[in-house]
Each structure stands twice: as C-alpha cells, then as structure tokens.
Design a protein around this ligand. Sequence first.
Ligand code: PNS
Length: 161
Amino acid sequence: MTKAVCPGSFDPVTNGHLDIFTRAARSFDEVTVLVTGNPNKQSGLFSIDERMDLIREVTSHIPNITVDTWGGLLVDYTTAHNIGALVKGLRSSLDYDYELPMAQMNRRLSGVDTFFLMTDEKYGYISSSLCKEVAKYGGDLKGLVPDPVFEAMNQKFSGTT
Ligand code: PNS
C-alpha cells in the first residue's frame, strides 16, 4: 500500500492543485490532501474547515483521496500515519527555490521523500493568492478554480458569507 500526502494552505484550492491531486492519486494507493497552517502567511480568506469542505467537494469523484488537517510539523503527521511521500507541484524555478529547503529539511527530520510533479502548462501561472486578488476586484476566474470555489469566492467578496 503506497501512501502520499499533498500538503498546503489551499486558500482556496485551484485547478492547478486539483490537477496535482488527480495525478498523485494515479501513482499512489492512498492520497491525503492535508490542509496545514503556514506561519509565513496572513490569516486566510477561507477558514480551515471551509477549505477542507471545498477540497472534499471537488475531489469527491476520486475514491482514493481523503482530506485532513494538521497544525504541527508536517513530518510528525507523515510519521504518525506511516506515510513515506509528500507530493507537490512545481510551476517554476521560484517554486523550486522555495520547495528545495523544505524537502531537504523534511527528509532530514524524518526520512520522508518529496515527489514533485511539473505543473500542467495550463495552470503554470495560477496561485491561490493571485486568484484571490483577481476575485477581489471582480475579475473572471472561470476555468482557473473549480466551480464550487468560484461560487464560494464570489460569495466571500460580495459579503454574503
Ligand atoms: O501552500 P503553502 O502555504 O505553500 O504550503 C506550505 C506548507 C504548508 C506545506 C508548509 O508551510 C508546511 O509544511 N507547514 C507545516 C509546518 C512544517 O512542517 N514546517 C516545516 C517545513 S520544512
């Protein structure tokens, strides 16, 4: 049984993230999408529970994906659940520079390996923060985030949630 974790803030999940989850689920028997706090980011647009609900909704058709959250060190979660792999997407050399020290630190701390999937070219410029900025000023995010996320963002920025 091969198990992997896709960790991240996912505030909110984008079509780029969803593509990585889908591809990870083809290569590992069980994939956990793990919503984790990032101490370097300000408090989010969506609560952790809202982010998890949106991820559950958009991955409900993929039977070997589950969603969880964790507030501590990532490696404590992977060790406790006997998970040997982290899976992340790489969009550019900027991502590489950000991810390399985390991958090396996580491996040093626990032996967990990080597997990188190259982002599909359709999604190379998408990030949660850019999507939030575009949505805030009324820009069109169709095709960049899953439909339930599109609706949820419209509600947030129209002040109805
Ligand atoms: O989507 P993000 O915000 O870029 O994801 C970064 C994340 C959440 C994966 C990273 O901040 C993380 O692993 N946080 C958990 C705490 C931890 O283990 N920190 C040490 C990383 S080497």
